[in-house]
Ligand binder design. Structure first.
Ligand SMILES: Nc1nc2c(c(=O)[nH]1)N[C@H]1C(S)=C(S)[C@@H](COP(=O)(O)OP(=O)(O)OC[C@H]3O[C@@H](n4cnc5c(=O)[nH]c(N)nc54)[C@H](O)[C@@H]3O)O[C@H]1N2
Ligand SMILES: Nc1nc2c(c(=O)[nH]1)N[C@H]1C(S)=C(S)[C@@H](COP(=O)(O)OP(=O)(O)OC[C@H]3O[C@@H](n4cnc5c(=O)[nH]c(N)nc54)[C@H](O)[C@@H]3O)O[C@H]1N2
Ligand code: SF4
Ligand SMILES: [Mo]
Length: 743
């Protein structure tokens, strides 16, 4: 007997609604949920393989605890005993900074990852916090923090309504979109063209997205900030800047104009390898379009001027009056956002409130650069203690961050390490305790993060599609117990963690005049919360206090968990709408166009005007049937074109004697790898490309399928020394490499 159940797909940022077919407790099929209010039936090959991802036989079923040097299956009680016994002494002897917390990407794809890490970090009080954000979007957070006073206020292109999309360093036909949650991104690009709109793609590779574009600009890697600065320059020079309704909310226009004086199209053309007249055309088209949005992702962030490029994206949207208007780039309003405060000056955004111990990197958003994790473990200084214990949650930095070999060694020297991870992989193999979460079908789902980045306001929640298998523990409970074990409260009922958060949140809300809970009794409000467990009660609380919430009765037709449960395909909350000035939290209460740290970084960009790469540079790429480091163990998602090959242009291949299919050695500052060459005209000359997340050949892992075709770790080519200085983001794209064809 089979049945169906709904489940929001957690495998990428598009958050498609799936209808799973379930036999017994096994997921045997997945199709798009046509009634999903947001995704309307869209599904991609990864979602269609949900059953295979969920049922991977290599997923750990029980906790592992290291005894006599070997990881062995243990009970949950033994595992949490070991966590408490491993972490507490480190904190007591060496202080909280000796515990490093490493948060990986899947935390934004689980409810547990949204609800508990903030509690863990608050309770530990460590400054040794690292996440995938600093190999990803930290530049965008920093630019938003500086422009708007809120690092999480990230404008999203209005894909469904724009007339003109300038898409930079993103390949949504493979990635399905990022910092822009849009099920069927490819369909939305086609619809844009069908309604007469234009798509311009800036990418050193001729990607599938670029192939769809009206215009593809094969920019030289790492030079987008120059290109965008020149476009902004043209808007000023040709009197095309028109802020429209934004004008009263923006300050610093004259200073911005002044600061971009040097960046003429003619000056940047050689560095970008884009002709000056074309740069002028791009600027004019952007200004002339009825509505337009500039949108940029990984290729613009993981580069030396990532923060400047991210800032310039918003600058262009602002100068053309396209920020915060339909068809442009808008701030979503999610159902679990905090109760909107009245507009007005805020506390602003501070950078560099402390620095990393070894290299003195400034913190950004309370995080240190993950590229500096290894040195924070393996290097002693007089400033303080190195990291001696690591809590890694959904993170595989040995593959996903620069110089995996050094980090691999460093992790091996720790006093204690715990991984919350379903796999025994390149990183978790170093753990003393591995706490495996259940597969996604056994977990509830709500997109706390991605709903704040979605192209349409909507809210959905799915309960576990399959009950927890015997011996399994919900990931939310794993996180709650981890908080307790790490903070000296081992043995306490994990429900206490949720109860504490509820108390604190409601206790604050009743004191905020703008809250619907203002002046009420927090215990009375807590008693109204519904839900089967702590995480559900917390979701209920957030919904009820949120912008669409029932305000605990203040708005009887508003959102509650009960109401959401009554709408299993989700609730549509309407298209993105103008919100300024409400989201602004700058000290001025306005958009601060030329923030100090940005102005101070512009001289470095000016220096880049003269830079020309001497040899080949490396960029990354993604494949639709892959996802970072953890999906190579699913046979249905590997093979075919999803391989770890080096893309190289025919001219470069000829010159260097590289032949298609033959192994080629690639050398970088951090090491050397050997991969088969794939000669293709879909990459510009002077640039080669390797995908990331491969290199599954380390001993002590349990990824049996991945090990049959391990690929190589592209991040071994990096030594971790190249960072965007403002955000601490690692430079992963546009890095110099040398090729040696096999003799
Ligand atoms: N060269 C290069 N390097 C890159 C990038 C690039 O473009 N080029 N991209 C960077 C980017 S954007 C990112 S986000 C990072 C990602 O890097 P990481 O954050 O390290 O991410 P992943 O490989 O996605 O997965 C990390 C771990 O999460 C585990 N996991 C999977 N599902 C779950 C779950 O439900 N719960 C828990 N607890 N764990 C789970 C996996 O087994 C894996 O060990 O890589 C970065 N590295
Ligand atoms: N299938 C699949 N989907 C994914 C992931 C995955 O691994 N696989 N990862 C998920 C994650 S964690 C993220 S963060 C998102 C990322 O989502 P995207 O940003 O769309 O990611 P990519 O497909 O890597 O596209 C980045 C593009 O930037 C180009 N590029 C490189 N350097 C430069 C440069 O200097 N300038 C310009 N203009 N372009 C450059 C590359 O050639 C590449 O085509 O994808 C998410 N979705
Ligand atoms: S596009 Fe992303 S969310 Fe949608 S089915 Fe594919 S992997 Fe899942
Ligand atoms: Mo990412």
């Amino acid at each position: 007997m089979s049945r169906t159940a709904l489940r929001i797909c957690p495998l990428c940022e598009a958050t498609c609604g799936l209808t799973l077919t379930i036999e017994g407790t096994r997921v045997t099929g997945a199709r798009g949920d046509r009634d999903d209010v947001f995704s309307r039936g869209f599904i991609c090959p990864k979602g269609a393989s949900f059953g295979a991802v969920d049922g991977d036989p290599d997923r750990l079923r029980a906790p592992l605890v290291r005894r006599d040097g070997e990881l062995r299956e243990a009970t949950w009680e033994e595992a949490f005993d070991a966590v408490a016994a491993g972490i507490r002494p480190v904190i007591e002897r060496h202080g909280p900074n000796a515990v490093g917390v490493v948060l990986g990407n899947p935390n934004v794809h689980t409810m547990a990852g949204a609800l508990y890490p903030p509690v863990l970090l608050g309770a530990l009080g460590t400054r040794s916090v690292f996440s995938a954000s600093t190999v990803d979007q930290m530049p965008k957070h920093v630019s938003s923090g500086l422009l708007y006073g809120d690092a999480n206020a990230i404008p999203v292109p209005d894909l469904d309504h724009t007339d003109h999309l300038l898409l930079i360093g993103a390949n949504p036909l493979e990635s399905n979109g990022s910092l822009c949650t849009a099920p069927d991104f490819p369909g939305k690009l086609k619809a844009l063209k069908a309604r007469g709109g234009t798509l311009t793609v800036v990418d050193p590779r001729r990607t599938r997205t670029a192939a769809l574009a009206d215009r593809h600009i094969a920019v030289r890697p790492g030079t987008d900030a120059l290109l965008l600065a020149a476009m902004a320059h043209v808007l000023f020079e040709e009197d095309l800047a028109d802020l429209k309704d934004l004008a009263p909310h923006v300050e610093g226009l004259a200073e911005l104009r002044e600061s971009l004086q040097d960046f003429t199209p003619e000056e940047v053309a050689a560095a970008c390898d884009v002709q000056a007249p074309l740069i002028r055309t791009l600027a004019r088209e952007l200004a002339a379009a009825p509505t337009a949005a500039v949108y940029a992702r990984i290729g613009s962030c993981t580069v030396p001027h990532g923060t400047l490029a991210s800032w310039l994206v918003d600058v262009l949207n602002i100068l053309t009056g396209n920020l915060d208007r339909p068809g442009g780039a808008l701030f979503p309003q999610s159902a679990t956002d905090r109760t909107p405060r009245p507009a007005g000056p805020g506390r602003g955004f501070a950078l560099g409130r402390w620095r990393s111990r070894v290299s003195g990197h400034p913190e950004a958003k309370s995080e240190l650069p993950i590229a500096a994790l290894a040195e924070e473990i393996d290097t002693a200084t007089e400033e303080g203690e190195p990291i001696r214990a690591v809590i890694a949650i959904a993170a595989n930095p040995v593959l996903s961050t620069p110089d995996g070999d050094r980090l691999d060694k460093a992790l091996g020297t720790l006093d204690f390490m715990v991984s919350v991870d379903p796999y025994l992989n390149e990183t978790s193999r170093h753990a003393d305790v591995v706490l495996p979460p259940p597969p996604p079908a056994q977990s509830p789902h709500h997109d706390f993060a991605f709903n704040t980045l979605a192209v349409r306001n909507q809210v959905r929640y799915t309960r576990p599609a399959v009950p927890l298998e015997p011996g399994r523990m919900a990931e939310t409970e794993i996180h709650a117990r981890l908080v307790l074990a790490a903070t000296g409260m081992h043995g306490t009922d994990p429900a206490a963690v949720d109860a504490m958060v509820v108390d604190q949140t409601l206790g604050k809300a009743v004191k905020e005049p703008h809250s619907p809970a203002y002046g009420r009794d927090p215990r009375e409000l807590a008693a109204q919360l519904t839900g089967d467990d702590g995480p559900e009660r917390r979701l209920d609380m957030m919904l009820r206090l949120g912008p669409y919430g029932d305000g605990f009765g203040a708005r009887p037709d508003g959102l509650t968990l009960a109401r959401l449960l009554a709408h299993p395909h989700g609730i549509d909350l309407g298209p993105l709408a103008a919100r300024l000035p409400q989201p602004l939290r700058t000290r001025s209460g306005r958009v601060e166009l030329l923030p100090g740290p940005i102005a101070d970084d512009l001289p470095r960009l000016r220096e880049a005007l003269a830079e020309r790469p001497a040899g080949l540079v490396l960029v990354g790429r993604r494949h639709l049937r892959s996802n970072n480091s953890w999906m190579h163990n699913v046979p249905a998602l590997t093979g075919g074109s999803n391989r770890c090959t080096l893309h190289i242009h025919p001219e470069d291949a000829d010159r260097l004697g590289v032949r298609d299919g033959e192994a080629v050695r690639v050398k970088g500052a951090g090491g050397e790898v050997t991969a088969p060459a794939e000669v293709t005209a879909d990459i510009r000359p002077g640039v080669v490309s390797l995908p990331h997340g491969w290199g599954h050949d380390r001993p002590g892992t349990r990824l049996r399928h991945a090990a049959t075709d391990p690929g190589v770790n592209v991040n071994q080519l990096l030594d971790g020394s190249l960072l965007d200085p403002l955000s601490g983001n690692a430079v992963l794209n546009g890095v110099p490499v040398e090729l040696i064809a096999r003799p």
